[in-house]
Write a protein that binds this ligand. Structure first.
Ligand code: ARG
Length: 694
């Protein structure tokens, strides 16, 4: 390259650098919040120009580099910093929806409103760092709109702290002035002490409902995660009690909601299948069924078998010694002992499976024994890294070695054995490192919370959990009888789960017969309804209460056909389903109608119901984060209430005196269809089967 060519090249590079710089300044200004109404288009243009320039710059730089020029390093840093700004701007400004037709049926309106108002607020107050963007549902009075933005009060306080004189109403007006036009909003009004009342655009609602009708219910889009849900987890040879029932019902529903969102969910049954109790069980097995290796022993009642062996263990010294010896043999992996252990586990598992089959629960067995070899590894690791301390012969670990508050983990017992703590340390390591999980959920009674808090602290201290990873212990309260005391049979025994489910079946059949349903339904339909009601009501009663509270188990309340119960809601759904059936309008006809004309929501009650239905993605996203399923139950109840009001006030079909259909309101039948679909999906997430007739 000649000298002049080299100079031209350098000049062009420096020009390009200047242009990039100008655009970066512009972007920076925008990123600081200077975004007017036309801002989005302007931003788009700038970003694309910046892209092109960067490309040109890269070509020029390459040429300069080949010539050995020093211009390279400088331009490079500039190109990088422009990259950062583009990223920053992109992060700060999610693309807002500009056109209704681009909206899909799974849009979360609340999130979009947050985006819109974040843009407005950062634009109105560019100097405030992370200003609060508070959007809430408005409540029942239609005067206050559908949603509210309640940021003005907090912002005016922030400003006051910076000695800026203002008041919430003024702030609200400023925000309003900077709010970008959005097709999801019909209008915004400033009210009271500075609230912004947001009214949703009816056209948007009509479009969304149309999408649901034509394409079905789709999950709102989320970043895919690998979620490990540890639930149910009963103990071998012991009673699977009502606490495990709660864990099973809540855990299954959590998995269902996360699976609906297309996460990669691993359902783990952390069975208590390892420990010293197996010593006495094996010793007793050898006594009672010496040929257990060739003939499968007919143990029908493992609980009774457990009780017998426990009694021997407590009263018979010789038996006790043998039991201990059996533990040693088992731990060292002697085949005969492993076989006996497997056999006992199998008997238990068969019992558990009966419950899972009835409740339609899918789960992978991976008990404590699975972590046996991993426990040696974690103990060595913790020891080597100096996390373990001696304490009266035991090896313990504190979550915080300085504060030393709470209870430390017992990692190794004084006899050298491992504990529940050891197994959960090995478990979390396996879940992080082998399973590569993003989210770790454990569904247990609230009594285990301290255990998990300590496991989390120790796992973090040991570097197993990274900064952004945590243990989510989804806790629940105890199940009480109707006398508000611990749930027991009249004779004071613990209630067997199978017996409980059987009673549910019996009571649900009684209820259906009481309502004369046996006379209208075929035997097959009656059986389906009986099971849906029985298992549905048990699950719903559990899920519809805030899980952290204790809850009173009452078949009478569960089977009530009024109020927020499964029976009421399942009835409501079958009634909705029967509307189109009676009108003899097929789904195909409805779809044809949906293609032909817009979905119109003209009556007030239609509009009200539609707005409830639109909130489905919002409810799902909330529950998938906080894992409080009662919000979904409350939502189901809200749908059915809005539907009742709609159906009371709006005819779907008109008949003449002879009962002949004279007019069909297709849009209302479409609304019925969408309502039914949202309800069905919600039931599905709660693990409750629906029936078309009951
Ligand atoms: N088996 C335990 C119990 O019955 C529950 C296990 C919960 N999961 C866990 N990883 N610790 O209480």
């Amino acid at each position: 390259m000649s000298e002049s060519e080299q100079r031209i090249l350098e000049e062009r590079t420096s020009e390009a650098e200047k242009e990039v710089k100008a655009i970066e300044d512009e972007l920076d200004r925008i990123s600081k919040g200077d975004l007017s109404f036309t801002g989005d288009a302007q931003l788009e243009k700038l970003l694309s120009e910046n892209e092109k320039l960067k490309h040109r710059l890269a070509i020029l730089e390459n040429a300069v580099k080949e010539e050995g020029s020093k211009g390279k390093a400088k331009s490079n840093t500039q190109a990088e910093s422009s990259d950062e700004i583009v990223k920053k701007v992109a992060k700060k400004r999610p693309t807002l929806i500009t056109d209704i037709s681009s909206v899909e049926g799974n849009i979360c309106i609340l999130d979009e409103l947050k985006n819109v108002f974040e843009a407005a607020i950062t634009s109105a107050y560019p100097d405030l760092e992370d200003p609060p963007v508070v959007i809430t549902l408005s409540g029942n009075n239609p005067k206050f709109g559908d949603y509210q933005c309640n940021s003005a009060l907090a912002i005016s306080q922030l400003l006051k702290a910076k000695s800026v004189k203002t008041n919430p109403r003024e702030v609200a007006n400023n925000i309003l002035n900077k709010t970008p036009t959005s097709p999801i909003i019909e209008k915004i009004e400033v009210a009271g002490a500075g609230f912004l009342n947001i009214f949703i655009n009816k056209k948007l609602a009509e479009h969304i409902l149309n999408c649901i009708l034509r394409f079905g219910i789709k999950p709102p889009p989320v970043k895919k995660e690998r979620v490990i849900v540890d639930f149910s987890s009963p103990n071998i040879a012991k009673e699977m009690h009502v606490g495990h029932l709660r864990s099973t019902i809540i855990g299954d529903s959590i998995c269902r909601i996360l699976e609906f969102l297309n996460h990669d969910v691993l359902r783990i049954n952390h069975l208590g299948d390892w420990g010293t109790q197996f010593g006495m069980l094996i010793a007793h097995l050898q006594d009672e069924f010496p040929d257990f290796k060739t003939h499968s022993p007919p143990i029908s009642d493992l609980q009774a078998f457990y009780k017998e062996s426990k009694k021997l263990f407590d009263t018979n010294e010789e038996f006790k010694k043998r039991a201990y010896a059996c533990v040693v043999q088992l731990q060292s992996g002697k085949p005969d002992y492993i076989a006996a252990w497997k056999l006992i586990c199998e008997v238990s598992r068969r019992e558990f499976q009966k419950i899972y089959d009835r409740l339609d629960i899918k789960i992978i067995d991976r008990g404590e024994s699975f972590y046996h070899s991993r426990m040696h590894i974690i103990v060595k690791e913790l020891k080597d890294k100096g996390y373990l301390e001696e304490d009266e012969g035991r090896l313990i670990m504190w979550g915080d070695p300085v504060k030393r508050d709470g209870i430390p983990l017992t990692v190794v017992k004084s006899d050298g054995g491992y504990t529940y703590d050891t197994s959960d340390m090995a478990t979390i390591k396996q879940k992080v490192e082998e399973e590569k999980g993003d989210r770790f959920i454990y569904v247990t009674d609230a009594g285990q919370n301290t255990h998990f808090v300590t496991i989390e602290a120790c796992a973090r201290r040991a570097g197993i959990l990274k900064k952004d990873q945590k243990i989510e212990n989804v806790v629940f309260g105890v199940v009480l009888g109707e006398d508000k005391k611990k749930f027991k049979t009249r004779s004071g025994d613990t209630i067997k789960l199978i017996a409980l489910l059987d009673e549910g079946l019996k009571r649900s059949l009684d209820k259906l017969i009481e309502k004369g349903r046996d006379k209208v339904l075929s035997p097959e339909e009656l059986k389906q309804a009986q099971e849906a009601v029985a298992y549905g009501c048990i699950k719903y009663a559990d899920l519809s209460h805030n899980r952290v509270n204790d809850y009173v188990f009452s078949f009478d309340k569960m089977l009530d056909d009024k109020g927020n119960t499964a029976v009421y809601l399942l009835y409501a759904l079958t009634r909705i389903r029967s509307i189109a059936r009676t009108a003899q309008i097929s789904l195909d006809t409805l779809l044809e109608e949906a293609q032909k004309s817009d979905f119109t929501l003209s009556h007030e009650a239609e509009w009200k119901l539609a707005k409830v239905l639109l909130r489905f993605p919002e409810v799902i996203l909330k529950v998938s984060k906080d894992l409080y399923l009662h919000s979904l139950c409350e939502y189901l109840y809200e749908i059915s209430s809005a539907f009742t009001e709609f159906y009371d006030r709006c005819y779907c079909i008109e008949k003449d005196k002879e009962g002949k259909i004279v007019k069909v309101f297709y849009n209302r039948l479409m609304l019925c269809e969408v309502t039914a679909r949202v309800m069905e999906k919600s039931f599905d997430i709660l693990g409750i089967k629906t029936v078309s007739k009951m």
